[in-house]
Design a protein around this ligand. Structure first.
Ligand code: PLP
Length: 432
């Protein structure tokens, strides 16, 4: 039998770190990365035949669970007719209309292939539309790996403890101003000092790449007010939250009935139903700066690929109110079970939770986690033993304490019970 170790040993000779995306290498939790070969509903099966309850969900896309019949059927039916033609296709408008009908403010949409491409293009568009240079981002927010957005980023950059990335020149980085999340004063100061030069503020609608961090009441509104007042654009990165967080509706974390919309959105993950599709969307007058109607260039060989469009359309069509209610409920059950197990084991912690997205932060109960500095100050060394105790018992968690846990519509009572049963032993491992 081929083992996970065999595969990892070979992969390390072929790919840097044996992986195609850094966090998959298990660097912060140690041990051998698991090679998954099949996914059904809430379960994954690895190359050795071991089954796990999955709480990674392909890092977000698997809202309906793995191999959902409607998504698989739609993909099969599309594949039968060819893999892609590099032309227009009817499914592009179908997916765009689904986004527009659910997201107030998403007047026009451009499909791209990854979240990184969506945010990179949104930044270029903001600069092109405003004629200004500077971009403001928040420490710990991750917007993909385009050069200017890697400064103090979350996700794998946080997991690896990097200040940014080698290969990003000062010239590329200096036009990104990084401030602490939830810091109203810092935001006001930036606008006071650079008024007239700021093209955009980019923010995760609800940050979930330094663990989950809730925006303090009025923080997103302040971004909206300041950008509007200073002629800058507000880019709401909903790659993670879009069509997953239901706090405010089906569309993500925006539109919380506060009476405002961002200028631009970015989407990814759920919108592609598990295949490589993402999108930027927003105000018509801004979006029309994109080529071919405007001078801001963006193009993509695989943009709007029909197979990916089919997966996205089937996913959004099946993302009903019942699906979100189910995921919210199960997320609450798992989060409560997690808190109880850690408390019983005497492990200081907070559960950082917004809607169905949540994460765990060790040793933070005195302050909670409101920004990247607090997220980094946690006792992250406890996560490795916790993670491996769960893995051993057949629960696949994100291999980093800075990543959110993802439930799906397919996480039924049986799957949730398996998670709950595994938690006490893992909590004990975290305590030791
Ligand atoms: N923006 C956010 C909020 C994300 O969470 C991610 C990925 O996790 C990205 C952008 C980048 O997306 P991708 O990995 O598809 O390039």
């Amino acid at each position: 039998m081929t083992t996970n170790q065999d595969l990892f040993t070979t992969a390390q000779t072929l790919m840097p770190g044996g992986v195609n995306s850094p966090v998959r290498a298990f660097g912060s939790v140690g041990g051998t990365p698991v090679s998954m070969v099949e996914g059904n509903g809430p379960y994954l099966t690895d190359v050795e035949g071991k089954e796990y309850v999955d709480l990674v969900g392909s890092w977000g896309p698997a809202l309906l669970g793995h191999s959902h019949p409607a998504v698989m059927d739609a993909v099969r039916a599309t594949v039968e007719k060819g893999l892609g033609f590099g032309t227009s296709h009817p499914l592009e408008s179908e997916l765009a209309e689904l986004v527009r009908s659910r997201v107030p403010g998403a007047e026009m949409i451009r499909m791209v292939s990854t979240g990184t491409e969506a945010t990179m293009t949104a930044i270029r568009l903001a600069r092109g539309a405003t004629g200004k240079n500077l971009v403001v981002k928040f420490a710990g927010c991750y917007h993909g790996h385009s050069d200017g957005l890697l400064a103090a980023a979350g996700s794998g950059v946080a997991t690896l403890g990097l200040p940014g990335s080698a290969g990003v020149t000062e010239a590329q980085a200096w036009e990104t101003i990084v401030i602490e999340y939830n810091d109203r004063e810092a935001l006001e100061t930036v606008f006071a000092e650079h008024s007239g030069n700021i093209a955009a503020v980019i923010t995760e609608a609800t940050p979930a790449n330094m663990g989950v961090v809730a925006p303090e009441p009025g923080f997103n509104q302040l971004i909206r007010d300041l950008t509007a007042a200073h002629g800058a654009l507000m880019i709401f990165d909903e790659v993670m939250t879009g069509f997953r967080i239901t706090e405010a509706g089906y569309w993500g974390a925006s539109g919380r009935n506060e009476g405002w919309t961002p200028d631009l959105f970015t989407f990814g993950k759920v919108i592609g139903g598990g295949l490589p599709t993402a999108a930027l969307a927003g105000r018509r007058d801004v979006m029309e700066h994109l080529a071919p109607t405007g001078p801001v260039y963006h193009a993509g060989t695989l943009s709007g690929n029909p197979v990916a469009m089919a997966a996205g359309v089937a996913t959004l069509n099946n993302a009903t109110a019942g699906v979100y209610e189910h995921i919210d409920l199960k997320a609450q059950v798992v989060a409560d079970g997690l808190a109880a197990a850690l408390t019983d084991a005497g492990v200081d912690h907070t559960i950082q939770k917004v809607g169905s997205l949540f994460s765990l932060a060790f040793g933070t109960s005195a302050t909670g986690v409101h920004n990247y500095a607090e997220a980094q100050a946690q006792e992250s060394f406890r996560y490795g033993p916790f993670f491996h105790a769960m893995l051993e018992q057949g629960v696949y968690l994100p291999p980093s304490v800075f990543e959110a846990w993802f439930l799906s519509a397919a996480h039924d009572d049986a799957a949730v019970d398996r998670i709950l049963q595994a938690l006490p032993q893992a909590a004990q491992a975290a305590a030791d």
